[in-house]
Design a protein around this ligand. Structure first.
Ligand code: ATP
Ligand code: MG
Length: 202
């Protein structure tokens, strides 16, 4: 008889990289939509280490824990420490290599917002990036989904219910004394208050 692995289809795993400073409902809706539309078994959220394009970010451990809290209730959502545990800035190529090494049996789908996909062409080792994962670009208010110069194969785009939420806006609201209830999950609102995050302007 054929072993189980022959009969079972290949696992399909989404990878959602981000600073998640903090994670918000726009991230969660995008991941949930891609999970359903692409029939993914799992979506792995990977909070970045020291991001190379941003100057100041909250400690990785806080961003990691908020991501765990936000995703805990969804059985298909998991969180990876590969990027926050790696020294130095996070490059998507390293995220994908590490997750590929951990899950060699799976097809990977890298989920990214329309704003971030525009920067893909500038990424380190862009050719290998394409070979490691299929890319799914999701719509985001204020950003066009059509990007020129991307390979036709290997990139899909998906309209998701547009939530005009950004982490920058969430941080500004907290520092200005405005609520972030319903923009981020309840547990994340409480975590931000408990640890006094974003009190001063970022
Ligand atoms: P910041 O304002 O600090 O840049 P952000 O809200 O853009 O934060 P990131 O952690 O930078 O969040 O984004 C991680 C990924 O999620 C990126 O691919 C980004 O395009 C995508 N994303 C962020 N917000 C949304 C949203 N509202 N809808 C769809 N995708 C989003
Ligand atoms: Mg961003």
């Amino acid at each position: 008889p054929a072993p189980d692995s022959v009969l079972r289809r290949r696992a399909r795993i989404g990878v959602m990289g981000g600073t998640f400073d903090p994670i918000h409902n726009g991230h969660l809706v995008a991941a949930s939509e891609v999970q359903q539309k692409f029939d993914l078994d799992e979506v792995i959220f990977a909070p970045t280490g020291e991001p190379w394009m941003k100057k100041t970010v909250t400690e990785g451990e806080h961003r990691y824990l908020m991501t765990v809290i936000a995703t805990a209730a969804n059985p298909r959502f998991t969180v990876s420490r590969v990027d926050i545990d790696r020294q130095g800035p996070t490059y998507t190529i390293d995220t994908l290599r590490d997750i590929r090494r951990a899950r060699p049996e799976a097809d990977l789908f890298f989920i990214t917002g329309a704003d971030a996909v525009a920067q893909i062409m500038e990424w380190k080792d862009v050719e290998e990036v394409w070979s490691l994962a299929h890319f799914v670009a999701v719509s985001r208010p204020g950003h066009s989904l059509t990007i020129s110069g991307l390979p036709e194969q290997g990139v899909s785009s998906l309209e998701v219910p547009a939530l005009a939420i950004s982490s920058t806006d969430c941080r500004d609201r907290v520092s200005g004394g405005f609520p972030v209830w319903y923009l981020v999950p309840d547990g994340v609102v409480q975590y931000i208050a408990k640890h006094h995050l974003y009190r001063s302007v970022s």
